[in-house]
Design a protein around this ligand. Sequence first.
Ligand code: TPP
Length: 563
Amino acid sequence: MQVAKSDPLTGAQIVMRALEEEGVDTVFGFPGGAVLFLYDALYACSSIRHILVRHEQGAAHAADAYARATGKPGVCFATSGPGATNLVTGITNAYMDSVPMVAFTGQVSLDLLGRDSFQEADITGITLPVTKHNFLVKDVGDLARIIHEAFHIASTGRPGPVLVDLPKDVTAAKADFVWPPKMQLPGYRVPKNGHGVNVPQWVEVLSRSERPVIYAGGGVITSGASSELLKLAEKCQIPVTTTLMGKGCFPEDHFLSLGMLGMHGTAYANYAVTNCDLLIALGARFDDRVTGSIASFAPQAQVIHVDIDPAEIGKNVLVQIPVVGDVRQVLATVLPALPELKHEAWLAQVEEWKKQYPLRYERSDTQIKPQQVIESISNLADDQTIVCTDVGQHQMWAAQYYRARRPRTFISSGGLGTMGFGLPAGIGAQVGRPEANVWVIAGDGSLQMTVQELATITQHDLPVKIAIIDNGYLGMVRQWQELFCEGRYSHTRITGPDYVKLAEAYGIPGYRIEDPGQVREALEQAKAMEGPVILDFVVCCEENVFPMVPPGGSLTEMLGNGR
Ligand SMILES: Cc1ncc(C[n+]2csc(CCOP(=O)(O)OP(=O)(O)O)c2C)c(N)n1
């Protein structure tokens, strides 16, 4: 039975009530004419905090990082037309990394739809391929139900962004607030308990394996399976490598941790995967940045693949033991049956690789090395510290040298590789986890893409610490030009503003650090300061990220792996 809970409300008020029902405490957004009534209803709504960004892309990235940091869906608002299209990069970013998000966009009134009206954009059409689902609300009576469905779809199964497009007259029209008593989505089924978990088969395959490796992705974090993963690794003595999205799902200071694998993974992770006889893939999707050449990826291994999304299984690699299900549920099912195992020879071999090919860089007394900055941030961090990165070399150095110890503490744009993600992500993470120390590790190129969000930090008093790895280049592209275009640096030299003055202009303390001897002290001081800080680390400008698997190469063909 459906129960009307109040007198008729406007569509805009229904949105607020529905958000409250969903437990939403924060919205990131930017107003406009088409969302005038929505913002008017927000004005009267004391339980929802609105973070006014400076560009809608920032709202989407902040909502995305809020979701990654908290596990709750992120919510953003934008007006119609340009507001909505400005969200698209952020929505796509969330889609590629399977992040739960609900984006509300204003739309022109129903009678103006399809007439090239002022600020009209077909945002449901535009976002069709980059949302898990989207809705154009045509009847205010459907609004509460649609919002409930949007949150359900965004946050269940393989999470992802859902967009709700709200014509202006729908937000003005009135209806009873009717919260749907139960979810009725017959076409949408979420696998849970693990379709096809054959426990005796797992026992047999694991017991027989001499050289097993666990390859863990973002799905481990999404499903909350970190402690099950730790139990599996320790009980069966299996080394664990993670993807960029999986960083933090397994403590990177654990002796069984191999760090990240793939293009800029550790040499020892890549050797272990190439030589393993059993690869247990958990909530990971065999991205090309991970596998390199598919033909030579884990060539001797039987593959177990656990994923909530059946479309991922067998998409890129042949899988002998497919399991569709929630990683945590699946591991909880098999763990009690698995025997305690030892793989002494294998672990000794892995140790040998770790010793022979550690991550390393040449230190300098005169120039700051980017790796040094990240290593120092890692050394200063506690378990709750959250690091958000931009995209480029600094991101890969962060993946290599920052040791994440807990899930939801390393936030980075993986699938889309979106420059400009870091700063708004830092905002979203800090708003979601106010008690945590939040660091943004930014490239000087990436930072300039969403630098206006510094004003958001100031306006909302967010104590985000920003470390700019300032190499004066679009470094990652420069590295490719050095390696693959005979050093022709076509348009990758980039200037920036004076970041100390820029910080000052936004009311944020800013410091430039050029001496390697001052890196640690600067970071310590920034950490001790209460509000936001910008540290501009002027680093050695032509440093490269190694090891590196050339695109399409096999994992053992690493450049700069110490051989
Ligand atoms: C929006 C966007 N445009 C272009 C690229 C291509 N790209 C990848 S890394 C990179 C360079 C990033 O430079 P910077 O932020 O300074 O970081 P660095 O590599 O120097 O550490 C570029 C241009 C991208 N990933 N995203």
